[in-house]
Design a protein. Structure first.
Length: 311
């Protein structure tokens, strides 16, 4: 049987663009071009041979709207923290979630990338991944850092579990994150604070910690850390003149459930027997005493240790 059948009267013969050179066999680099047999190509650069014809390879198309924009300039991202992922918001609008340059952007074709807000003090330093579940977009930051969640583009990413706020009111059954609290010694070098623990801190570069009971211009809040070694880490804190020799910090990996009828705050007059209360905190036996003592600032714990009841 012939390799190519004849075209009948009712058939449309293919164009030369489709068929190309019917004698095409391939590329042969070991002979002079003048000595090549019919159907052979001696050499080629940036070519693709399809349908018997060599055609210029079109290469890659880099969309300007997928890159960083500086005015009218299109620039590459300085840091990329994982693969972008699609997200469809509740209105059916499709976005591309892209973690880059220590933050997160929501991108739509032919639009300027929209930078999304993150919880205060958080900078993306490690590789992250995105997962959509129904109308929510989760940002997974690895087993050592808590995930973040996005409900809508305008509000940006938030903590999946709220950090405990002692002045907030929580409905019964709410889950909050608080503690355990650690104490480390602090040295100040310009706008960098270096914290050294007696035990391994268990952090990685990019972990976010919460500071409380600060002084010397250091603000309570969350900071992204850089690991020096297994006992020492540092973080940036501008406008710090000096701080106390020790500092309290936590990754807030402990989760708690609020109870009905239990106030989230208490006042001084709520403590009826101060000496008994101080004794229980100085020698905590119950879990609630241990938790409350651990929640106190270092200077408060020192004052409590020297407390003498009035006579």
């Amino acid at each position: 049987m012939a390799r190519y059948r004849r075209y009948g009267a009712s058939d449309d013969a293919p164009s030369s663009t489709d068929t190309g050179d019917v004698a095409w066999t391939g590329v042969y680099l070991n002979a002079e071009p003048s000595q090549l047999s019919a159907g052979l190509l001696s050499d080629g650069s940036n070519l693709r041979c399809r349908t018997g014809r060599p055609n210029t390879r079109r290469g890659l198309w880099k969309s300007a709207w997928l890159n960083q924009l500086d005015g009218e300039r299109v620039l590459p991202w300085s840091k990329i923290h994982g693969q972008p992922s699609p997200f469809k918001d509740p209105n059916g609008v499709e976005w591309l979630m892209h973690a880059a340059n220590e933050t997160v952007f929501a991108i739509r074709p032919y639009n300027t990338p929209l930078q999304l807000s993150l919880p205060q003090g958080i900078k993306i330093q490690t590789e992250v991944s995105f997962v959509q579940a129904f109308n929510l977009m989760f940002m997974l930051r690895g087993e050592l850092m808590s995930p973040l969640v996005l409900e809508n583009i305008d509000d940006g990413f938030k903590d999946l579990v709220d950090r405990w706020d002692p002045v907030a009111e929580y409905p019964a059954g709410s889950v909050v994150a608080d503690g355990p609290w650690n104490t480390g010694t602090v040295t100040v070098g310009g706008s960098t604070l270096r914290v050294t623990n007696q035990t391994a801190h268990g952090l990685i570069t990019g972990s976010d910690i919460q500071i409380r009971g600060s002084s010397g211009g250091l603000q309570d809040g969350r900071y992204t850390v850089f690991v020096v070694d297994e006992f020492t880490f540092s973080f940036l804190a501008p406008n710090v003149s000096s701080v106390s020799p020790t500092i309290e910090w936590s990754t807030n990996r402990d989760y708690w459930t609020t109870q009905a009828g239990v106030p989230t705050t208490f006042k001084t007059e709520d403590i009826i027997n101060v000496p008994s209360f101080a004794d229980k905190l100085n020698d905590p036996q119950r879990e609630v005493d241990k938790w409350l003592y651990g929640s106190l600032a270092a200077d408060t714990q020192a004052a409590l240790a020297t407390y003498e009841p009035p006579t």
